[in-house]
Write a protein that binds this ligand. Structure first.
Ligand SMILES: CC(C)(COP(=O)(O)OP(=O)(O)OC[C@H]1O[C@@H](n2cnc3c(N)ncnc32)[C@H](O)[C@@H]1OP(=O)(O)O)[C@@H](O)C(=O)NCCC(=O)NCCS
Length: 434
């Protein structure tokens, strides 16, 4: 059995690619007022503080539904609803103001904890809230005036971005203001979705009463594409439906990923963000794996993927500077912000190009990723009118042979590449006609 300290070291190492992938990314985290009442909220706040310490740009969006209901009950006022939406009359608006104020100060207080014996010691988090949400009245529907129930008109994303640049956490509520100075009670999903869209957030994370979206047997679905969710959206009702609708809206308008998690599951946020298995439901724009041309932001991820292979002598070492210069030659496969595979195409002459740096993360091998990258590189090479692809390898000869490469001689390589050939390394050379 591995002892706890070894397990800890392993866990920490396994998290490091995710730490790099999430740094400087913008996450919008939404939760309803009942999350704040849950005993697990203390852990959520600690995990939010940890994310902030790791360089994630965070916008929190809170609701206050149970708190509003509690106040109205206390004041013996019965809220009116139409089409499941609260009609916010002046008395209800007073309750909304009071409840939102209470929840906001509760969150601010919890994020201020910095006691030496708490996990947040030294975190020093600044939470900023303000009039960032512009709203408009919902108006009259079926002849019913919704009064101070509103919808988001616009989010002041510039102001929020400036605060995120300064490393503050921005806190939004389910209240918005109109240019005429009116206040509106908003659906928290509406605020969170619009904020994620306008901020071009990398993730929208929705914490709810469920561990994500379920199938008919009640099991949590770990991942869904937008198209899959569209097909089964009508199966859901209540909160799950609201979260499914919000997810689809965010994804369709450009948010790359939405995560649905339970607010009462201790550690769900960290497991979802820092482990391969995840913990809730991930909804993404395209199929989960995304093969695409690499860009400069992928350099860290590619270096991380190549480093162990370079150490084992399977691949030739490449410096960060070189990789930055040559990044446009690379293709990557990305999975939830993690580079799981890469390959590159290096032109050498009008006819010949090298297939280089083919690497698949050990956890993801044997699922066709290598093959997909090879096909992509071959496609590009054909489009660019190369006639032959060649590859140098020490340990992977058969993988290439099984994919149509034929053994050849160093002398058949382009002159320029021959000069770079390392005789000590003694790589085998393979060619494939295109
Ligand atoms: C070679 C590599 C890119 C394949 O990636 P992959 O995504 O697992 O590839 P695929 O899923 O398309 O293919 C898997 C098949 O390749 C086989 N394979 C994997 N490594 C192999 C090797 N070194 N030699 C021969 N076959 C190999 C697997 O056994 C599997 O075969 P099976 O389906 O019959 O079981 C990956 O193993 C890797 O990154 N290796 C280390 C880096 C490397 O050697 N790169 C090439 C240097 S130029």
């Amino acid at each position: 059995m591995t002892d706890p300290s070894t397990q800890y070291v392993q866990w920490f190492r396994q998290s490091s690619p995710y730490i790099n992938a999430h740094r400087d990314k913008t996450f919008v985290i939404m939760f309803e007022g009942d999350a704040i009442l849950d005993p697990n909220f203390t852990h959520i706040v600690q995990d939010i503080a940890l994310l902030s310490s790791l360089g994630v740009r965070l916008v929190l969006v809170h609701g206050a539904r149970p708190q509003i209901d509690g106040l109205l009950e206390h004041w013996q006022i019965r809220s009116q609803f139409h089409r499941d939406l609260r009609i916010t009359d002046p008395m209800a608006l007073t309750a909304v103001q009071a409840a939102v104020g209470m929840v906001k100060s509760d969150i601010e207080a919890r994020l201020s904890v910095g006691l030496p014996n708490s996990p947040m010691h030294g975190a020093r988090i600044r939470v900023i809230s303000g009039n960032f949400v512009m709203a408009k009245p919902l108006g009259v529907i079926d002849g019913v005036d919704f009064q101070h129930t509103g919808e988001v008109r616009r989010i002041d994303h510039q102001a929020i971005k400036t605060l995120l640049d300064q490393r503050h956490i921005v806190l939004l509520s389910c209240m918005g203001y109109s240019p005429a100075g009116d206040m509106f009670n908003l659906a928290v999903e509406d605020v969170a979705t619009q904020a994620a869209i306008d901020l071009k957030a990398d993730k929208l994370i929705i914490l709810g009463n469920h561990s994500g979206l379920h199938n008919e047997q009640g099991d949590t679905l770990p991942e869904l594409t937008c198209a899959q969710l569209e097909q089964q959206q009508h199966h859901y009702s209540g909160e799950m439906r609201a979260h499914a609708d919000a997810s689809l809206r965010a994804i369709r308008r450009g948010v790359a990923r939405v995560h649905l998690l339970s607010h009462s599951d201790n550690g769900a946020l960290l497991q979802e963000l820092f482990t391969r298995e995840g913990r809730g439901t991930l909804i993404s724009q395209q199929a989960y794996d995304h093969l695409r041309a690499a860009n400069i932001e992928d350099v860290a991820g590619i270096l991380q993927l190549l480093a162990p292979l370079e150490e084992q002598g399977i691949l030739v070492r490449r410096s960060r500077e070189l990789l930055e210069q040559e990044i446009q030659r690379f293709y990557v496969i990305e999975r939830d912000g993690l580079i799981t595979a890469c390959a590159a195409l290096y032109p050498y002459s009008a006819e010949q190009a090298e297939l280089a740096c083919v690497a698949v993360h050990p956890d993801y091998r044997g699922s066709d990723r290598g093959q997909q990258l090879l096909q992509q590189i071959e496609k590009e090479a054909r489009q660019r009118h190369f006639q032959q692809l060649f590859v140098l390898t020490t340990r992977t000869a058969h993988w290439f042979i099984e994919r149509g490469f034929v053994a050849g001689d160093v002398a058949e390589l382009p002159q320029e590449r021959q000069k770079l050939y390392n005789f000590q390394r003694n790589s085998k050379v393979f060619f494939k006609a295109l």
